[in-house]
Design a protein around this ligand. Structure first.
Ligand SMILES: C[S@@+](CC[C@H](N)C(=O)[O-])C[C@H]1O[C@@H](n2cnc3c(N)ncnc32)[C@H](O)[C@@H]1O
Length: 288
C-alpha cells in the first residue's frame, strides 16, 4: 500500500470530519428536510428559530394551524387586512400567503429586529402586501435593550384599520398592565365587526401540578396582587403566565372588547375538545 495503514486511517478520519461537518452545517442552515425549493427559500435559518433543534414539522405546524384558525374563528378572507402582534420571522404569516390577495394585506410587528429583517427579505420580496416592522419594545428575554415598555406601546397603525388582529404565543408572556394595553390597542385598530385571536393560558383549565402536558405549564404561583393571574416562575413572571376567564373578561371589558369564544388547548390535558397547544381567545368590539 502506498499510504500505509497509518496514512489510510488519517485520510479516513479527515474524510469523516469533512463529511460530518458538512452534514452538521447542513442541518443548521438547511433544516428543511422534505421541503420543496420554494418552501425552503421561505423558511428561515435555524439560528433564527426560537429553538434551533425543533423538528421541521413543529415549525410547519404553526403555519397550517393559523391558516385554519384565522378564516374559521376570525372570518379572514381574501381581502381582509390582518395584523399580527409578535410575528417573529413571519412563521404563521406564511399560511396567509395562500389566502390574502391585494387589497387584502398583512402587517406584523415584533421586538426582534433580525427576525423582522429576515421576514422582509424572504416574504415581502415576493408578496409586497405583507409587511413586517420592528418595534423597539423592552422584553427581558427577546429585547433587553428595548426603549419602550409594552404597557405604554402604541401600535403604529391607524384607528380601525384591521379586520383581524392575532398573536400566537405572545400573551403567554405579557404581564397584566401589558395585556391591558395590548387589548386597548387592539380595540383601537380593529374595525367594527373585526375579530381578535390570541393564544394564551386560561387559568380555569389548570387542575394542579402534574396535570398539564408539560411541567412548563404549571401555574402554582399567584402573581402579585392580581386576582386571577398566576405564573410558573415568580422571579421571572414573563416566562409564562396564565389568566383566569374572569381576569380576561375584565381587561377586555375595560378596553371596549368582549370575549366571543374560548377554545381550550391541549396544554391543560383536560378531557374534551382541544385544538391548539394553548387556549384560543376570540375577542370582538363590545356590542353597544
Ligand atoms: C413564543 S414567540 C412566538 C413567535 C411567533 N408568534 C411565531 O408564531 O413563531 C413570542 C414572540 O413574541 C415576541 N414578543 C415578546 N414580547 C413582545 C411584545 N411586547 N410585543 C410584541 N411582540 C413581543 C417575541 O419577540 C417573539 O417573537
Amino acid at each position: 500500500m502506498l499510504l500505509g495503514r497509518q496514512g489510510a486511517i488519517i485520510l479516513t478520519e479527515a474524510a469523516i470530519r469533512v463529511f460530518g461537518m458538512s452534514l452538521w452545517n447542513r442541518s443548521r442552515t438547511k433544516p428543511k428536510a422534505w421541503l420543496t425549493d420554494e418552501e425552503d427559500r421561505l423558511t428561515p435559518e435555524r439560528s433564527l428559530w426560537q429553538d434551533e433543534d425543533e423538528p421541521i414539522s413543529h415549525y410547519y405546524r404553526w403555519i397550517w394551524e393559523y391558516l385554519a384558525y384565522l378564516p374559521l374563528l376570525c372570518d379572514v378572507e381574501r381581502h381582509s387586512s390582518v395584523l399580527e402582534i409578535g410575528c417573529s420571522h413571519g412563521r404563521t404569516s406564511r399560511g396567509l400567503l395562500q389566502c390574502l390577495r391585494s387589497p387584502g394585506s398583512y402587517s406584523g410587528f415584533d421586538v426582534v429586529r433580525v427576525q423582522i429583517e429576515d421576514a422582509t427579505r424572504r416574504i415581502t420580496a415576493i408578496a409586497p402586501n405583507f409587511r413586517y416592522s420592528h418595534a423597539d419594545i423592552y422584553n427581558r428575554h427577546y429585547n433587553p435593550q428595548g426603549a419602550v415598555q409594552a404597557s405604554d406601546f402604541v401600535f403604529p397603525y391607524e384607528d380601525a384599520s384591521f379586520d383581524c388582529v392575532y398573536a400566537a404565543s405572545v400573551f403567554t408572556h405579557l404581564l397584566p398592565a401589558e395585556l391591558a394595553n395590548y387589548f386597548q390597542q387592539t380595540a383601537r385598530v380593529l374595525r367594527t365587526g373585526g375579530k381578535a385571536l390570541f393564544s394564551l393560558f386560561v387559568l380555569d383549565f389548570y387542575r394542579g401540578a402534574g396535570t398539564p402536558i408539560s411541567k412548563d405549564y404549571e401555574f402554582e404561583h399567584p402573581f402579585g396582587g392580581h386576582q386571577g393571574v398566576a405564573v410558573k416562575y415568580p422571579e421571572y413572571p414573563d416566562t409564562v403566565i396564565a389568566y383566569s376567564e374572569e381576569a380576561i373578561g375584565r381587561a377586555a371589558g375595560s378596553a371596549g372588547l368582549e370575549v366571543l369564544r374560548i377554545v381550550p388547548g391541549l396544554w391543560s390535558n383536560n378531557p374534551g375538545i382541544a385544538v391548539n397547544e394553548q387556549d384560543l381567545l376570540v375577542l370582538g368590539p363590545k356590542s353597544r
